[in-house]
Design a protein around this ligand. Structure first.
Ligand code: CA
Length: 241
């Protein structure tokens, strides 16, 4: 997943380009898509942090796309923002029924849209500055930096995304398939044991700070982030206690 990425599904070139320009200037990465079908294919890769869907699309409609995303366990938690035409209240209500988190009526100001996006992201756990902190461990989703107090922890991009997914869902256990689908993408063939390799690397990076135990093994399931499992630095970096 890349929480800073926004998938924009809009068939009108002018609006899509205007959205890309405004969102990128606000610090987001934009993944443009002209149709719902193309968006679904893109969602087989690493997940974005939010999806903007235009109501009127050729082929599958925006509402159908939203319903589909809500039904799929991989995308059911993704914040969805719908763009609608002016004054269609009934349609708006239908979009909430489809699992939309918010909507913006065209024509809209980029500033309003970005304010709504920031509000949605805060609801899904982001602080104003894009950082997530638990027990002294801070993950900066904008600057792609991980730190323990004042000290920077060096991790690779995959370990970072893995930790980000887990820190966004503290205490939730993920199995290896769920981690692979979200972090690596469904369209990439990677063996399940790859997850273990990256968890090991992540724990090694966290061990000098006594934070390796925050990445817990859940027997018979997989892994979870347990903020309160950290403590005094452990010498081994393993999961023995
Ligand atoms: Ca359209």
């Amino acid at each position: 997943m890349d929480s800073n990425a926004i998938l924009v599904v809009e068939d009108e070139n002018d609006i899509r380009e205007m959205l890309a320009f405004s969102l990128e200037r606000a610090g987001f990465t934009v993944i443009p898509s002209e149709t719902a079908e193309q968006a679904l294919a893109l969602l087989e890769g690493p997940l974005p942090g939010l999806v903007i869907i235009d109501w009127m699309l050729p082929g599958m409609s925006g509402v159908e796309l939203a319903r589909k995303l809500r039904r799929d366990p991989l995308t059911s938690d993704l914040p969805l923002l719908m763009l609608t035409a002016r004054g269609e209240e009934a349609d708006k209500l239908k979009s909430f029924d489809a699992g939309i988190d918010d909507y913006v009526t065209k024509p809209f100001s980029p500033r309003e849209l970005i304010a709504r996006i920031r509000a949605l992201r805060r609801r899904s756990g982001d602080s104003e500055d894009g950082t997530i902190t638990f027990m002294g461990l801070t993950l900066d989703t904008k600057g792609h930096r991980l730190s323990a107090g004042e000290e920077v922890i060096h991790v690779g991009p995959t370990e970072f995304r893995l930790l980000e997914l887990m820190m966004r869902n503290p205490s939730r256990a993920f199995n290896r398939t769920q981690l692979l689908d979200r972090v690596w993408g469904r369209n990439v063939y990677v063996e399940e044991r790859t997850v273990d390799v990256y968890v090991l690397r992540l724990r090694r990076a966290l061990a000098p700070f006594g934070m390796d135990r925050m990445v817990e093994t859940v027997r018979g399931v997989g892994y979870r982030f347990s903020p309160h499992a950290g403590g005094a630095p452990s010498s081994s970096g393993s999961e023995t206690r």
